[in-house]
Design a protein around this ligand. Structure first.
Ligand code: KG4
Ligand code: ZN
Length: 335
């Protein structure tokens, strides 16, 4: 058996545990989703999430070991998300990881959730050559990250208000589509006309790599309110396609600008919104024009999971970058 890392992820509403061998062989990746519970509230309720993690964490860990065919004694290190995220949710994973690392007397590895999202790309592509650029787009973040070497992260741009996934979720809610909104808008957009509704694109100052999505979100809400007032029927597929196109165009153009500035040859996508069909397609087209390749994780590894945490943890394990047993949850942990 190679180097076995157990990954644990509880930063938001998925309780997940994964067993990864040598950074590439995923022996198990168990994800207990709470989506059905939070759906009726239209978003994640932090207190409910913590309680569910507490119920799920033990069975999920046991299932991950069982499915991987490994025993506790086979584990070489335990990687856990310690931020950013919901503090009560993070604490469940961190406490479980610390208890196991202490009892087994093996290294504890603290992983930044965003570093995990980025590492989802290395599961299938451990060979990617640095420097790399990654667009991290999730429910909480829209970051452009430059990596000169493995383990070094430079934040080139970030959102000034809503994250991309947050905009998808809020717009979907206003359209009455449900939660989480990203996949629902993505699907609906496939049958709509992206030019049908005129919506703003916030490119901000010349050369800026920051994002802003609140203006676009408000424009969609105004469009819906106006239609309701005038009792006009809204073509939801057209609206979904137009909103998605406006979001994706800004994300892609800023990423292409950053690729030009840094001279990278490979652009990675990460985070839940990296699952978006429109984003993948446009980024690939534009990157090809400037001679860059685009890589992204398989769909199920884009949204929250412990496999990506185990993968980020594997490289930290190789570097001997371990956490003390006093590791705490850090809700606003920067990359
Ligand atoms: O990375 P993630 O699972 O959790 C966070 O760390 O936030 O991302 C969840 C976000 C949600 O906002 C969800 O609506 C969005 O990712 N998302 C998508 C798609 N699939 C998930 N957004 C657009 N298109 C999708 N296909
Ligand atoms: Zn995430």
């Amino acid at each position: 058996m190679g180097i076995i890392i157990l990954g644990i992820e509880t930063s938001c509403d998925e309780t997940s545990a994964a067993v990864l061998e040598d950074g590439v062989t995923l022996r198990s990746n168990i994800i207990a989703s709470q989506v059905a519970i939070h759906q009726k509230f239209g978003g994640v309720v932090p207190e409910v999430a913590s309680r569910k993690h507490l119920e799920n964490v033990h069975p999920v860990l046991m299932e991950a070991l069982d499915q991987a065919g490994v025993t506790l004694q086979d584990i070489d290190g335990i990687a856990v998300t310690y931020g950013p995220g919901l503090v009560g949710a993070l604490l469940v994973g961190v406490a479980a990881a610390k208890a196991m690392a202490y009892a087994l007397d093996i290294p504890l590895i603290g992983v930044n959730h965003l570093e995990g999202h980025i590492a989802a790309n290395f599961l299938a592509r451990p060979d990617l050559e640095f420097p790399l650029l990654c667009l991290v787009v999730s429910g909480g973040h829209s970051d452009l990250v430059y990596m000169p070497h493995r383990g070094t992260y430079q934040l080139l741009g970030r959102t000034r208000d809503d994250a991309a996934g947050e905009a998808f979720d809020k717009v979907a809610r206003a359209m009455g589509l449900g939660y989480p909104g990203g996949p629902l808008i993505d699907r609906l957009a496939q049958s709509g006309n992206p030019q049908a509704v005129k919506l703003p694109r916030a490119f901000l100052e010349e050369g800026s790599l920051d994002f802003s999505f609140s203006g676009l979100k408000s424009a969609v809400l105004n469009y819906l309110n106006r239609a309701a007032m005038l009792k006009e029927e809204v073509n939801m597929a057209d609206l979904a396609a137009s909103f998605q196109q406006a979001t994706v165009e800004v994300l892609v153009e800023k990423t292409i600008l950053a690729a030009g500035q840094t001279g990278v040859k490979t652009i990675m996508l990460a985070g839940g919104v990296a699952a978006n069909g429109g984003l993948r397609h446009l980024l690939q087209t534009r990157a090809a024009e400037i001679g860059c390749q685009v890589v992204f994780p398989p769909l199920r590894l884009c949204t929250d999971n412990a496999a990506m945490i185990a993968c980020a943890g594997y490289y930290k394990y190789l570097r001997g970058d371990f956490a003390p047993l006093t590791l705490n949850a850090v809700p606003a942990l920067p990359l």
